[in-house]
Design a binder for this molecule. Structure first.
Ligand SMILES: [Ca+2]
Length: 353
């Protein structure tokens, strides 16, 4: 009997210790769930915050699936040249020589403060520095134009962001390519392809965007007349500063686009997405007043518009003609002077008779 009782007690004791272990586990699990819930809630709150601040504008964005892109009348985008759509990307040019392609938004861009994130891919079979030419992202007055600036017109009006993959100028080895740079065109400035746009660039950075194993992204942010350019090309999922330009005034009503060109050298130039976010930015009444409506893009610091241009001075031919016309002009003046002097002298002599 006693043995039976002690067996029963032992069983109870075992059951109660099992229960307490079970309780402890349960408590621990509950705690974990609670902590995870808190973290997730915070995370989702942060996400929500981000969602509200950066509002994706679908009418300006190019995202998958690219239904009807380029041919449907309801599409917000036009294709030109060699550009073609696949389920995974919009290929501006294939890895073949002398191709030009572009994709242009049909809708005038009217946001004041915005952020553009471009997911792109440049790849090909050519060896390093035996490939070209790169991709340009545009926000310009004109759209659907052919030309020498990565497949778009020169002397453009608006913003150009270039991902230049080929060093055209071999005189200087001051930078490593691919090189990302920004330019503001006012209709008279020329992008100098032979100098990789050095004469007109407002800033830039090296970014290893070609044949990368990582996804490559560009970010352009424009707010309160400040343009910020960032890149994410190292697979770190973080933005790296590339260029910053203050006092940059860009009119609204321009068009968003991307273009590319190949020459003797080539690459596949693909756009995967172009996402536009509207930024919520508060302005003081003074700031509102200060922001005038403009019709031509400009920089407050106009010196930046004349980068290197003055340095070049006159070309040999210009100098020759300037000298020639100066000499001719002086000669004519001298002859006229001599004739007049001769007549005056003649008249003076006649008066004495
Ligand atoms: Ca180049």
């Amino acid at each position: 009997m006693a043995a039976n009782v002690s067996k029963l007690n032992m069983a109870r004791l075992r059951r109660s210790s099992v229960f307490s272990v079970f309780q402890l586990d349960l408590l621990r699990e509950l705690l974990c769930v609670l902590v995870a819930f808190c973290v997730l809630t915070q995370q989702s709150l942060a996400d929500q915050q981000e969602f509200f601040e950066d509002f994706l504008k679908r009418e300006y964005s190019l995202v998958k699936p690219y239904r009807g892109l380029g041919f449907s009348s309801s599409s917000q985008w036009d294709l030109m040249g060699t550009a073609m759509v696949t389920p995974d990307h919009v290929r501006l040019t294939p890895d073949q020589q002398s191709r030009q392609g572009a994709v242009w938004s049909r809708i005038p861009f009217v946001l004041r403060d915005w952020e553009l994130r471009v997911h792109f891919k440049i790849h090909g079979i050519g060896k390093k520095n035996l490939n070209g030419d790169g991709i340009a992202i545009w926000l310009t007055r004109d759209r659907m134009q052919n030309g020498p600036v990565f497949g778009n017109m020169n002397q453009f009006v608006g913003l150009g962001i270039f991902v230049d993959t080929y060093p055209n100028t071999d005189k200087t080895h001051d930078r490593t390519f691919p090189y990302v740079s920004v330019m503001l065109g006012n209709g008279t400035l020329m992008y100098d392809h032979d100098r990789d746009g050095r004469t007109t660039e407002l800033g830039g950075c090296t970014a290893m965007t070609r044949n990368s194993i990582y996804d490559t992204f560009l970010l352009v942010r424009y707010s309160k007349n400040k343009l910020t350019l960032m890149v994410d090309v190292d697979g770190k999922q973080e933005w790296r500063d590339c260029a910053e330009v203050s006092g940059l005034r860009l009119p609204t009503g321009y068009y968003l686009g991307a273009s590319s060109a190949t020459g003797d050298l080539s690459d596949n130039h693909d756009i995967i997405s172009m996402k536009v976010y509207q930024l919520t930015v508060e302005r003081t009444p003074e700031e509102e007043e200060e922001e005038e409506v403009i019709t031509v893009p400009r920089l407050d610091d106009m010196y930046q518009f004349q980068v290197d241009v003055e340095e070049e001075g006159m070309s040999g031919l210009q100098l020759f003609f300037t000298l020639l016309f100066s000499v001719l002009g002086l000669s004519v003046l001298a002859v006229v002077g001599l004739v007049l002097y001769g007549r005056w002298k003649e008249n003076k002599r006649k008066r004495f008779y």
